[in-house]
Design a protein around this ligand. Structure first.
Ligand code: PHE
Length: 443
């Protein structure tokens, strides 16, 4: 089985695909509204801390498991840990299904905003517009369309589909966000945006809720805790430097999120829309930013279309990685042909996303459970597995690496830092999820 397994055609191909998985709506949409909601720089600092201290070791754990086993998550966990650990792989697949089901809906809004802006400009009454398009038949249709494209890429295979798309799309995304940040710097009043972005409310540093959000954001943004990075690593050859890769992926992911902040906050403050940032919610990016673009005339349309194009690119390469986890599992479990597997999984997930396209409450709940709770619990279980149970992970991770000598610290980090932090964060996230459920039931 392993000999016939697909593989990346180049090192860069893997790196760009993995960065493509990480960089997505999480960086440009979720990161800005989380930062706004949690008071600016304090959140960013905790986020950096969580990325370095918890995200990086878990990223290396996924890379090591995936490359070592050269199998999709369920089989990789069974390979190293025996049958019971296979259950964790099943949770990964379920998380992937859940996340992609609503991710497609948000990506659908994004595509629609971009395309309609091209023909009609941005609406001045973006709040009404968002209210009108966020749910309903058209939201379902754009979601289905987005998942159809995602399915097409995945059915093209590791080299012909995923790697090829990443090779073109990721450099384009990089150019777009850097260009946008440079433009935003020229706006009069941008400095108020920077001031907000860099202001530190030190009280927030000790706030467990902020810590919980920072950890959750790190996992979501780095694509950790559900086997996406593991699956991509399963197509790697043994001479790739895994510790170096984990640093490259995490740094690129942070860079894009940080630069997106340098676009979003100056724009919002330069145009005097900051009051709306305080009450920031899921829709912030789809309301405040279009308002900003609308008030800037033609320049606003150009800048806005570029912004939404970058979002769409990020969303697509991330969605592809989510679908690949499910598809590769189906292929490994049943021997099904890739194209059929992609069609079956893409189709099923598209249908499962319909309720999220019909109700923002459902979307929020699936995000809370799939995008937050399951990733943190998945990351915790993974850290426990690689930290305590997997035979010789350090040996496997050092293969092909220049940094093998530093890796003795990695397992200790997993055991004594990552596991305790994630255990505490899990408790807070569970309470949060419980409250969200209760609020929904109470109406
Ligand atoms: N990391 C992606 C983003 O930031 C989302 C994602 C989560 C992708 C989990 C794969 C796995 O948008």
């Amino acid at each position: 089985m392993a000999s016939g397994r697909e593989s990346w055609s180049s090192r860069l191909g893997f790196t760009l695909a993995a960065v493509g998985s990480a960089v997505g709506l999480g960086n440009m949409w979720r990161f800005s509204y989380m930062t706004a909601e949690n008071g600016g720089a304090a959140f960013v600092m905790l986020y950096v801390l969580m990325t370095a201290l918890v995200g990086l070791p878990v990223m290396l754990a996924e890379l090591t498991l995936g490359r070592g086993a050269a199998r999709s998550p369920v089989q990789a966990l069974i390979h190293y840990g025996g049958r019971p650990w296979g259950a964790l792989g099943i949770v990964f697949v379920l998380a992937g299904v859940a996340i992609l089901s609503y991710y497609g809906v948000i990506a659908g809004w994004t595509v629609r905003y971009g395309i309609e802006a091209l023909t009609q400009g941005f609406p001045a009454d973006a709040g009404d517009k968002f209210g009108a398009i966020a749910t309903g038949g058209a939201a379902v249709a754009w979601h289905l369309g987005f998942l159809a494209v995602t399915t097409l890429v995945v059915s093209g295979g590791v080299r012909g589909g995923i790697e090829r798309a990443a090779l073109w799309l990721m450099p384009a995304l990089g150019v777009l966000v850097v260009g946008l940040a440079l433009y935003a710097a020229t706006l009069e009043g941008a400095s108020a945006g920077y001031a907000f972005y860099f202001q530190t409310d030190f009280g927030a540093l000790a706030d467990m809720d902020v810590l919980k959000d920072a950890a959750g954001q790190a996992f979501f943004s780095l694509s950790l805790g559900m086997g996406a990075i593991l699956t991509y690593a399963s197509y790697l050859s043994r001479d790739q430097d895994l510790p170096a890769e984990s640093v490259t992926i995490a740094l690129s992911d942070f860079a894009v999120a940080f630069i997106a902040g340098l676009v979003v906050f100056p724009l919002i403050f330069a145009l005097g829309l900051q009051d709306e940032v305080g009450g920031s919610t899921l829709g912030a990016l789809f309301i405040t930013l279009p308002k900003a673009f609308a008030s800037m005339g033609t320049a606003g349309t150009v800048i806005g279309v570029a912004f939404f194009a970058a979002l769409v690119v990020g969303a697509l390469t991330s969605a592809v990685s989510l679908l690949e986890v499910v598809v590769s599992t189906l292929i490994d479990q049943t021997g099904m042909e890739r194209r059929t597997a992609a069609l079956v999984c893409g189709g099923a997930i598209a249908l499962l996303g319909v309720p999220s396209a019909l109700s923002l409450d459902v979307l929020g709940l699936v995000d809370q459970v799939g995008g937050q709770l399951l990733l943190i619990l998945g990351g915790l279980a993974l850290a426990i597995f690689v930290g305590f149970f997997m035979p010789d992970p350090t040996g496997e991770a050092s293969e092909g690496s220049r940094f093998g000598a530093l890796l003795f610290a990695w397992r200790a980090l997993l055991r004594f830092v990552v596991v305790p932090i994630l255990a505490v964060v899990s408790v807070y996230t569970l309470i949060d999820t419980w409250n969200a459920l209760a609020a929904l039931v109470a109406g």
